[in-house]
Design a binder for this molecule. Structure first.
Ligand code: NAP
Ligand code: GDD
Length: 383
């Protein structure tokens, strides 16, 4: 008999990678998607199966983390072996604009799922994974951060996730549930949402290189993050639920990098160096040099002449609109517990992650501008 999993947030970055991973392992995967006026399943379209097919291994249900009755009905119908709660309003900056909604979806939403499992008498059958976060450490109390490091959340998002973390622990202790937290540090991929800083950068660089965008505006370049690849991190989620005992795990690479260095490394991926000038809100980066061989290989010869004309021009600026009222300046995780107990370690390092994201975004932008195989120069197309 195939195991049955329910993934909330299946249309998001992690949901897509996890669904693919579980289907490959022989699971029947159910996912909750929100009703939207446009299609919102792009990340899982390759896994989609027509509802008229028998024995599907991917089944989608309309639902929302703010709707208890809906969540309870879906869990009752599916009777899942494993629930992965990945759904959340996951953008830290946006949580300052929508704090109440964030608390409802990201905090109380966790309670709704746990309580549904309890009320449906599934506490012995259904294992529960909560998508906890390194944002819990916020104003860090220890370097590096591990499972025993005290939390100090710094945003409405992180405070909501704090509730989610503790209610998961509480249901584990109160009702003997197999309920665990994965305290995941930042993980990225070509499927990352376009407004998170890594994807914003790789997408913008592809567009700048092809003449589709002049420059990119960012916020705090000095913040440091411990970045891994989402593909590696969903393996950890699954491993956590396969343990005999539930527990909480830090999942991280143990290496931290500034946003500024991520920017430099991403431009370097296409053979471009930057000339940084100024400080704080006046910091700016100009196009310094182009390694033509690398640029031609990674982006395409058709774009070089145009881009070369921009040497000395501004490519990066600071816009304080992207600053957060309270910032998380440094995250670096110690995943020793996961390495020891789950035998988990990441396959991607940061350069490999950046290469994957840059390659994807260059391909995507080529498609967007209908430039196929370098057949037209960018000027010819736009003239
Ligand atoms: P994501 O790409 O933003 O995906 C979030 C998912 O949640 C989407 O499917 C979204 O649906 C869904 N969702 C949002 N609000 C919902 C609601 N009210 N009801 C039902 N579904 C809702 O996030 P991600 O990067 O995959 O992250 C997955 C989870 O891990 C999140 O809980 C996030 O907070 C947490 N986390 C992420 C990281 C990271 O670095 N990526 C690190 C630690 C923890 P739509 O597609 O309709 O928007
Ligand atoms: N989004 C964004 N946009 N961030 C910027 C920008 C910008 O233009 N410029 C600088 N930053 C800085 C932010 O201030 C922050 O310090 C850092 O880049 C990372 O921001 P995000 O990529 O938005 O991610 P995050 O670290 O705030 O949150 C992500 O990781 C958490 C795990 O630590 C999200 O995926 C959360 O859902 C997740 O819990």
């Amino acid at each position: 008999m195939s195991k049955v999993a329910l993934i909330t947030g299946i249309t998001g970055q992690d949901g897509a990678y996890l669904a693919e991973y579980l289907i490959k392992k022989g699971y029947i995967v159910h996912g909750i998607k929100r009703r939207s006026s446009l299609f919102n399943t792009e990340r899982i379209d390759h896994l989609y199966q027509d509802p008229h097919i028998e024995n599907r291994n991917l089944i989608l249900h309309y639902g929302d983390m703010t709707d208890s009755l809906n969540l309870t009905r879906i869990i009752g119908e599916i009777q899942p072996d494993e629930v992965y709660n990945l759904a959340a309003m996951s953008h830290v900056k946006v949580s300052f604009d929508s704090p109440e909604y964030t608390a409802n979806a990201d905090g109380i939403g966790v309670l709704r799922l746990l309580e549904a499992i309890r009320l449906l008498n599934l506490t012995k059958k259904t294992r529960f994974y909560q998508a906890s976060t390194s944002e819990l450490y916020g104003l860090v109390q220890e370097i590096p951060q591990k499972e025993t490091t005290p939390f100090y959340p710094r945003s409405p998002y992180a405070v909501a996730k704090l509730y989610g973390y503790w209610i998961t622990v509480n249901y584990r202790e109160a009702y003997d549930m197999h309920a665990s937290n994965g305290i995941l540090f930042n993980h990225e991929s070509p499927l990352r949402g376009e407004t998170f800083v890594t994807r914003k950068i790789t997408r913008a660089i592809a567009r700048i290189a092809m003449g589709m965008q002049q420059k990119i505006f960012l916020g705090n370049l000095s913040a440091k993050r411990d970045w891994g690849h989402a593909k590696d991190y969903v393996r950890a989620m699954h491993a956590i639920l396969q343990q005999d005992e539930p527990s909480d795990y830090v999942i991280a690479t143990g290496i931290t990098t500034t946003i500024r260095d991520f920017l430099i490394m991403s431009f370097a991926e296409i053979g471009v160096t930057l000339d940084f000038q100024g400080e704080g809100v006046n910091e700016t980066a100009l196009l310094n040099n182009i390694d033509e061989k690398v640029f031609n290989k990674k982006v395409g010869e058709a774009f070089l002449a145009n881009f070369k004309q921009r040497i000395g021009e501004q490519l990066v600026g600071i816009d304080p609109v992207y600053f957060r009222p309270t910032e998380v300046e440094l995250l670096i995780g110690d995943a020793t517990k996961a390495q020891t107990r789950l035998n988990w370690k990441p396959e991607y390092d940061l350069p490999a992650l950046i290469e994957d994201m840059m390659q994807y975004d260059i391909k995507l932008m080529k498609r967007e501008s209908y430039l196929k195989d370098g057949g037209y120069s960018v000027l010819n197309y736009f003239e």
